[in-house]
Unconditional design. Structure first.
Length: 492
């Protein structure tokens, strides 16, 4: 992945600063609770939601098992429809391809549909370095761009901003990017939306190059699909003469019919709508209708490495609905910036360390950015067991071991700072394998309970600083069992 966010402090440090921001916490609490309640209502309307969820999981798992075949089929179908397919192994190659394609048009401006893949690779920065200006056209992305900010949510990138802050950003920055905001702009939603609409309209009408991502790609037909709520995507996908789409390889689906499942689950899980207002589909190029030139950049950037992990690969099922963020108690309090990635929240905690590896401090800390409550798994429309992957990645961070990086099988070294944890787990494994030692330890702990400290010493202090140390019972379970069962056989 791009190093755009790498270099930030580890999650605990970044989250500690975010938790102290009362305005941020208020914004997040209001937004996530509102979205969460609406989603629950929308999902409850569907009598076969569990079946749709299982169908989505199976379609994705089948596709990932045969990804090589479906990507080749997709390439052939796109080429047959008049498009050109490019393969990008990493962020650097993807950026180079897109920059060269834009330069070939002779233009120095592009309009963009909201795209997490282009954020992942740092495309805007790569274009800017070559003198090409990229204009975000999604309202929330526009707010983030004008505010020189970073996205903090998958669906609502400016969720950390309130209306007053957005008004101030529009007033101060909009004129530097194009049509300025009205001098008497207030913070009412209608006025903010109108200011953005007028500002963006001139960009749509002038731009000759559009850049997009895609929610889905259909291998059978070579069709790409974008779902959105504002209409900006439709403008970017139809008005420019050249369209460049940068899409992760995991977004492919085998057949047109497979869309039926996801066009039901994605809107309800993301925006709590029965159907999203705009569903745009395009297949190559068509004379006299839409862009005359279409390029598809298929992005790997760590995805095949993730696919090689039998436990972690389920993260590639993700359809970017953001439902897991809206129910996560950690995200609600820490916000998205603390995750150091364009993929925040529970899904980011398992996706970023797999795409980028766990060498950096921030990536090694992300698997611990969870209480393991399981709420994320319960709402996921493709049944990604996020807690399972989090525990799996924690083991990788602490113990190291075999993994796939850049297509090669390597042995990872344990991350620094976990020696105490490894020693404690090995001691526990030794004790649990020896019933006699375990029994003696339990009795000793019970008989010395009044001398136990309220907090752990040394490295354990980090754990007990934010938690109460559980009290040791006055009597071990084994002793209680023998006493209450009248001398029956001691449980093994």
């Amino acid at each position: 992945m791009s190093g755009t966010f790498v270099g930030m402090p580890a999650f605990p440090e970044a989250a500690r600063e975010a938790v102290g921001d009362r305005t941020l916490r208020g914004n997040l609490r209001h937004a996530t609770h509102t979205i969460r309640a609406k989603r629950a209502k929308a999902v409850a309307e569907v009598s076969d939601w569990a079946e749709l969820r299982e169908a989505g999981k199976r379609i994705k798992d089948h596709t990932l098992r045969h990804l090589d075949d479906y990507l080749v089929q997709l390439e052939d179908a796109v080429a047959a429809a008049g498009g050109t397919v490019h393969w990008a192994a990493d962020a650097e190659e993807a950026n180079r391809i897109v920059v060269e394609l834009v330069k070939e048009t002779g233009k120095s401006e592009v309009v963009k549909v909201k795209s997490m893949a282009t954020q992942e690779i740092g495309l805007n920065e790569a274009l800017q370095a070559e003198g090409i200006r990229a204009y975000e056209t999604d309202l929330a992305e526009l707010i983030v761009q004008l505010g020189k900010d970073r996205p903090s949510h998958i669906l609502v990138p400016a969720i950390h901003r309130n209306r007053g802050e957005i008004r101030d950003v529009f007033r101060a920055e909009m004129g530097e990017w194009g049509r300025p905001a009205p001098e008497e702009l207030t913070d009412t939603p209608a006025e903010l939306a109108e200011a953005a609409r007028l500002h963006l309209r001139e960009k749509f009408l002038r731009a000759k190059v559009g850049i997009s991502g895609a929610n889905f790609m259909v291998a059978e037909t070579g069709t790409l699909v974008v779902v959105e709520s504002e209409g900006n995507g439709r403008m970017c996908l139809t008005l420019p003469e050249t369209l460049i789409s940068v899409v992760g390889i995991e977004k492919v689906l085998p057949t047109w019919r497979d869309l039926e499942v996801f066009l039901q689950t994605l809107p309800r899980s993301s925006t709590a709508e029965r159907m999203n207002p705009y569903t745009s589909m395009w297949t190559g190029t068509t004379d006299g209708d839409g862009p005359r030139v279409f390029h598809l950049v298929l992005l790997d950037n760590g995805r095949t490495d993730t696919l090689a992990d039998e436990v972690g690969r389920q993260a590639l099922r993700c359809i970017r609905c953001s439902a897991c963020l809206n129910v996560c108690p950690v995200y609600e309090r820490a916000g998205g910036h603390a995750y150091g990635s364009v993929y925040p929240g529970p899904i980011g905690a398992i996706l970023s360390p797999q795409l980028r590896g766990t060498r950096s401090e921030i990536d090694a800390s992300l698997p611990y950015a969870s209480s393991l409550c399981g709420a994320c798994y319960e709402v996921c429309p493709v049944a990604i067991d996020i807690p399972e992957v989090l525990v799996h990645l924690r083991e990788r961070v602490v113990e190291g071991g075999p993994a796939t990086r850049d297509g090669n099988r390597v042995v990872l070294q344990p991350a620094k700072g976990h020696a105490g944890e490894r020693a404690a787990m090995r001691a526990a494994r030794w004790a649990f394998a020896r019933p006699g030692a375990l029994r003696a330890g339990q009795r000793l702990a019970s008989r010395t309970r009044r001398f136990h400290p309220r907090a752990l010493p040394g490295p354990g202090r980090a754990w007990s600083a934010s938690r109460e140390l559980p009290a040791v019972p006055a009597e071990p379970f084994r002793d209680w069992w023998q006493r209450t069962r009248g001398g029956e056989e001691d449980p093994k």
